[in-house]
Design a protein around this ligand. Structure first.
Ligand code: ADP
Ligand code: ZN
Length: 225
């Protein structure tokens, strides 16, 4: 099973992806995390990607496709995986069946209005120690300015600065939103209302996955007998 998370920046793909990983056991693969890691390590890939990312633009399709191809070739992806942030353009989506042939796929599009996105991202902070994500305005906002899990300092991602957020949203609407039509026509598309508490959004996702993942369908059929 290949679970694809769509949705604008800050819609909660990472958070929900982790919850899906925890419940169903598929690893979550975040193209943004892979790219940021390459930038930090100063690899050739990272050097190609950095300028695009700091402007809120997309990294070139070929570069990202190669990176994802390599990651999903690893052992832990054999029975399935969760894609967070990829594909992000129609050409990327068209390459996916080539680099990962013969796999069932399900697309969850987490919908959140632009004005909530801007609010969320301006309040998003990341722990420089363990990578945990916090919302300064959320119910579980860390009071101290340090990470409750590890004590690390909380920092704002460069591309969460307001000017860059606007650009990322614009890029999302022009380049990523067309994926809705692409996946609707393949009958694998599901819209998920992304506002509300994290666990409520996850309940909506579970409802779709229980219907779509072969193992869970089997369980339901047995119960119905
Ligand atoms: P968000 O979804 O919150 O915008 P990500 O961490 O997914 O953030 O991505 C950060 C940046 O990494 C993007 O703005 C873009 O520059 C780059 N990026 C991530 N995934 C892709 C992709 N599939 N194709 C091109 N660029 C990507
Ligand atoms: Zn931490």
């Amino acid at each position: 099973m290949r679970i694809i998370l769509l949705g604008p920046p800050g819609s909660g793909k990472g958070t929900q992806g982790d919850l899906i990983e925890g419940k169903y056991g598929f690893p979550r693969i975040s193209s943004g995390d892979l790219l940021r890691d390459s930038v930090q390590r100063g690899t050739p890939l990272g050097r190609k990607a950095e300028a695009f990312m700091n402007r809120g633009e997309l990294v070139e399709d070929e570069v990202v496709v190669d990176m994802i191809r390599e990651r999903i070739g690893e052992d832990d992806c054999r029975s399935g995986f969760i894609l967070d942030g990829f594909p992000r353009t129609v050409p990327q989506a068209e390459r996916l069946p080539d680099i990962d042939p013969g796999r069932d796929e399900i697309v969850l599009d987490i919908r959140v209005a632009d004005r909530s996105i801007i609010e969320r991202l301006s309040a998003r902070r990341i722990c420089s120690g363990c990578g945990s994500i916090y919302n300064l305005r959320g119910a579980s906002a860390p009071a101290s300015g340090t990470c409750p899990a590890c004590g690390g300092g909380l920092i704002q991602r460069d591309d969460d600065k307001p000017e860059v957020v606007q650009r990322r949203l614009q890029v999302y609407h022009t380049q990523t939103a067309p994926l809705e039509e692409y996946y609707r026509s393949k009958n694998v598309y599901h819209e998920i209302e992304g506002t509300g508490p994290i666990h409520e959004v996850f309940v909506r996702i579970e409802a779709v996955l229980e219907r779509s993942i072969p193992g869970s369908r089997l369980k339901e059929e047995i119960k119905a007998d």
